[in-house]
Write a protein that binds this ligand. Sequence first.
Ligand code: 4AD
Ligand code: MG
Length: 467
Amino acid sequence: MKDIKRITVKQLFADCEGLTGSVVDVKGWVRTRRGNKHVQFVALNDGTSIKSIQIVFDLSRFSEEELKPITTGASIHVQGLLVASQGKGQSVEIQADELQIYGTADPADYPLQKKGHTLEFLREKAHLRPRTNTFGAVLRIRHALAFAIHNFFNDKGFYYFHTPLITASDCEGAGAMFQVTTLPLSDLPRTEDGAVDYSGDFYGKQASLTVSGQLEGELGATALGAIYTFGPTFRAENSNTPRHLSEFWMIEPEMAFYEIQDNMDLAEEFIKYCINYALEHCADDIQFLNDMFDKELIERLRFVTHNDFVRLSYTEGIKILEQSGRKFEFPVYWGVDLASEHERYLVEEHFKKPVILTDYPKEIKAFYMKLNDDGKTVRAMDVLFPKIGEIIGGSEREENYDKLMGRIAEMNIPMKDMWWYLDTRRFGTVPHSGFGLGFERLILFVTGMQNIRDVIPFPRYPGNCEF
Ligand code: 4AD
Ligand code: MG
């Protein structure tokens, strides 16, 4: 091997013309090998790009024996001259001069030996699927979106605020929390009335993994002005759907002095920024997914970024659903918690645009949302997207101490856990708002994938906790 610096496949294609005629050094995993007795072609991918680089092995220089270990999945190191390609399908190729084999992948055992595996099959091979074109594309887009999110908020002067993953409060009040404990499960200490005695537990009280960083986020917003969180959240709800994970990432901006309109404006600008960022920075990967899985993907992404979202109240939304003449699996009436089929009817069939639905009945929303003057609805806002349904949930927050106490009492929320939250309303309370974007739902939309388990490297869902 000559002493040359390795170049990534991405760098190589970015500067094809400049590099043509020079000797390059590449390392990666073999996607395919084909050819004849005179020449062999290897597609090499190193994960930096959807594109693979074609490597040409001339059998006057390499023996068949030397090339034998180059099977799909093997890892190799090649040096050779970068030349304009004779063949169709690629602009340049490398004429191999030096070969080093790092690791073989026995075709008899390697699970990704064949092409065209189903996504279901690949879910069973989640430890290796990042090596496929599809998951490479999805995971690079995932990275780009995470980066875009930090960019967006940083440019706007929001502070990245780290909220705890282990918490003693249940933000959404749904009770779907994973408990965190060091108590001996086979011999739980009990109080006199038979309940579990947490006084000897690690934190001296019952603790769980958080379902949302919002409540702590409000502490940040009422001090720093505008913050955002971006971290994993955990929900122990038994939802076996293509849109639910039990461990998912959420982005939660929280802003002092924002009312519901400001909140909606921010949500719309934010989501459009993310989609545009991906279109601009992940063009090859999105094009690949468009061609392979969803021919309308790029068109749909452009459409969403070029059109205003429709804004209407829950009450108006219910009227449209009632008058639709459609027979839904779950009946529609004022007060119902909208199901995915209802949300998607509004978005995909009625408006054919993303919709921001506001002012939901207080009974179906969390305790912290600001009560409207009608006493019946709260200043909630859900952003509903084609193919996805709810992608964002948020609200203006109840900043009035007495009204908030009223809601807490009505909903039987244990007060002893909430004192610190209530202090934001006791000392220098301000109007404020925020929302939560489900990161994986955004990735679903941007990649056109159908199942949320395919947009996170290691999905967690009921019955699945491998690795
Ligand atoms: O609507 P949710 O439950 O809202 C909250 O948690 C608020 N505390 C947010 C806030 O106002 N700061 O969840 C927010 C979003 C949903 O719109 C959805 O995109 C996503 O989180 N989400 C899930 N994503 C994947 N799997 C699940 N089980 C999800 N549950 C919610
Ligand atoms: Mg919600």
